[in-house]
Design a binder for this molecule. Structure first.
Ligand SMILES: Cc1cc2nc3c(=O)[nH]c(=O)nc-3n(C[C@H](O)[C@H](O)[C@H](O)COP(=O)(O)OP(=O)(O)OC[C@H]3O[C@@H](n4cnc5c(N)ncnc54)[C@H](O)[C@@H]3O)c2cc1C
Length: 384
């Protein structure tokens, strides 16, 4: 068996995560608190700057390494969703920002002085149909004026900067629906109270996600990323990395569920024998484990292609699909294995169960991935 090329990286993340054990995550979940200390520790260790090139002060690692970092967080019982976006959101700035923008922000993000944790894309009336967004940005002199509403903008209250997708050319004036959208860098520290209102949404998980209301918020024209009207293409460019990283979190969750459940199944004695001796308990865990391992392979295949600069849309999407399904299967098997105790907060199964369920819906729903595979890979007619 070849040694794990990521063993050292895994070990470092595990040691950091050991400082944030189960009771830490249980407490922040129960209090609805942001895991500030954990995110701070991840930032200081440089893990959140994994994908920032060395010339801008980051670690200059690939998506494979970045995915291992997030996997290990979830595998330790934590929740990387509190900070994962910083890793991939900055990719849009890196790929499409001007040199001046990159110099102004990336080193500060890498040093942990500035947080870029929020990306406002989804809107209440558009949902998965991103081209239907209604938030507008209208150029006035050296500024853009933004009006509209976003929903599910996660971590907006725990970020200094946000990337925002807005329509700069009205829908009836563009050739394709996906034209005329642009991406802006919004400084939340200046925007709140000056045309931007943030309202947190209570959810079944501790996710710090919000509704954002833009009422003539002015943003300097210099904060436009890349070319006006090309925002949708820039958004697509970032999706493969996002899919691979989220897949890794699901894989981390999957391993965590199986480890906890097998440990419990060996110890819990009912009818005079460990429950794990019953095939009815073993088989769901064995099946879920096989599915997590398969998703894990697809994650590394997608990451390998991404890091080699090869097309990887199908692999990234399949990795996300398989990993989200596998982690949900593992979650169900673990909850069943724990029986009634699975519902008790002190075992953490119910918390992780809620958390991993999200990945069937966000950042992209399972159906939309299936539609992508059916259309782009299998060549079937587009269904929407
Ligand atoms: C906790 C949380 C955090 C989030 N964080 C962010 C964030 O930081 N930034 C951001 O921009 N967004 C964020 N989102 C939004 C997320 O990306 C969307 O919820 C997701 O893309 C689905 O959109 P929707 O909820 O509007 O569902 P809808 O688009 O309304 O879809 C509802 C259901 O219908 C199905 N459906 C819709 N159209 C079709 C079709 N053509 N074929 C088959 N099925 C279809 C979907 O699969 C889904 O199951 C977050 C969401 C949540 C819940």
């Amino acid at each position: 068996m070849t040694a794990d090329p990521y063993a050292e990286l895994r070990d470092g993340v595990r040691r950091l995560c050991a400082r944030f054990p189960d009771h830490y995550w249980r407490r922040v979940d129960g209090d609805g608190a942001y895991p500030t200390e954990f995110v701070q520790a991840m930032t200081e260790a440089g893990y959140l700057a994994a994908l920032i090139p060395e010339e801008y002060g980051g670690a200059g690692l690939g998506v494979a390494e970045a995915s291992v970092i997030l996997e290990e967080v979830n595998r330790s019982g934590g929740n990387a969703a509190a900070c994962h976006a910083q890793m991939y959101i900055m990719g849009t700035l890196l790929r499409h920002g001007s040199e001046a923008q990159k110099r102004a922000y990336l080193p500060a993000i890498a040093r942990g002085e500035v947080r870029l944790q929020a990306f406002g894309v989804t809107e209440p009336d558009a949902g998965s149909d991103t081209a239907a967004i209604r938030t507008t940005a209208v150029r006035r002199g050296d500024r853009y004026v933004i009006r509209g509403q976003k929903i599910w903008t996660s971590r907006a209250q725990h970020s200094d900067l946000m990337l925002l997708l807005a329509r700069t050319t009205p829908l009836d004036q563009v050739r394709r629906r996906t034209d005329g959208l642009s991406i802006f860098l919004v400084d939340l520290r200046e925007a709140v109270g000056q045309g931007l209102t943030i309202r947190p949404i209570e959810t079944m998980i501790n996710h710090h996600t919000c509704e954002l209301f833009f009422d003539d918020l002015e943003v300097p024209a210099d904060n436009l990323i890349g070319e006006e009207g090309k925002g949708f293409t820039y958004l697509l460019d970032g999706l493969n990395a996002e899919r691979i990283l989220i897949a890794a979190e699901c894989i981390g969750d999957g391993y965590w569920f199986i480890e906890r459940a097998t440990q419990y199944a060996r110890q819990r004695v009912v009818f005079g024998r460990p429950i794990g001796q019953n095939q009815g308990v073993q088989f769901p865990l064995a099946r879920a484990y096989a599915h997590v391992r398969a998703a894990d392979l697809m994650r590394f295949e997608a990451a390998r292609r991404f890091d080699a600069g090869l097309p990887c849309g199908p692999e990234a999407n399949m990795a996300k699909l398989l990993a989200a399904d596998a982690s949900w299967e593992a979650a169900n098997a673990a909850l069943q294995t724990f029986g009634g105790f699975g519902f008790a907060r002190e075992y953490d199964i119910e918390r992780k169960f809620r958390e991993t369920r999200l990945y069937q819906v966000a950042p992209v729903s399972t159906n939309l991935i299936l539609a992508y595979i059916a259309h782009k890979v299998l060549g079937l007619p587009k269904s929407y």
